[in-house]
Design a protein around this ligand. Structure first.
Ligand code: BMP
Length: 218
């Protein structure tokens, strides 16, 4: 993933035409577009292919399966033109390895600790093990909570130079600059962009905040 803005749009817009119009609006202002189950169920393979033509499609049909089923799913996702694929870490090393091996040229990101309050119940106590697992399995990086920057900081110590993508900014209460300062490479933002009146301006504002926090000119 090429990190120019350090911002990934989570396109959780269910209506395909509306989704495409948000994708077009933020074109050039985000590094990747994450598309998940809700839009896949309404727009199918076509919408995935359309978004992939735009640039980096981060496919979030997050696998939580045994290795064989993981392989079958990930091969399908890669065929739709995904540049990145998200998988759960709690499934264990064999399943994560299956995702990495069947992803082809796509990068695999492993969810460690989830950003919502419930993420503290079962994922947080094992997040560090999942981060180690992601490194061992050859993943491109991990997903870690922008809602808990101190956890991003700790997970950064474990994953070294692997990428950390941090969701939970805006609607879930996390702050983009804090997540980046804690060690995230990019933030994943959904509602604060696609529900705003001007998605492009909202994306620009978040990217500007990140640049400022990194002391970069903008
Ligand atoms: P929003 O900015 O609207 O809260 O969206 C966050 C996005 O990141 C959603 O697509 C959600 O599924 C995803 N996500 C998350 O919020 N927390 C995680 O721990 C992992 C995720 O993939």
């Amino acid at each position: 993933m090429r990190l120019e803005h350090r911002l990934i749009l989570a396109l959780d817009v269910v209506e395909p035409e509306a989704a495409m119009s948000v994708a077009k609006a933020v074109r050039g202002e985000v590094d990747a577009i994450k598309v998940g189950w809700a839009l896949f169920l309404s727009g199918g393979r076509d919408i995935f292919r359309d978004i992939a033509r735009f640039g980096y499609l981060l496919a979030d049909l997050r696998t939580a399966e045994i290795p064989n089923t993981t392989r079958l799913i990930v091969e399908q996702v890669a065929q739709m033109g995904a540049s990145g694929i998200i998988t759960q870490g709690f499934v264990g090393e064999d399943s994560v390895r299956a995702a990495v091996e069947s992803a082809g040229r796509a990068e695999v990101f492993v969810i460690t600790e989830m950003s919502h309050p419930g993420g503290a119940e079962f994922t947080a106590p094992h997040a560090e093990e999942m981060a180690r697992l992601a490194v061992r399995a050859g993943a491109a990086g991990i997903v870690a909570p922008a809602t808990r920057p101190e956890r991003v900081k700790r997970l950064r110590e474990i994953v070294g130079t692997k990428l950390i993508l941090a969701p939970g900014v805006g609607a879930q209460g996390g702050k983009p600059a804090e997540a980046i300062r804690a060690g995230a490479d990019a933030v994943i933002v959904g509602r604060s962009i696609y529900e705003s009146k001007d998605p492009r301006a909202s994306a620009e504002a978040i990217a500007r905040e990140i640049r400022r926090s990194r002391g970069e000119a903008f």
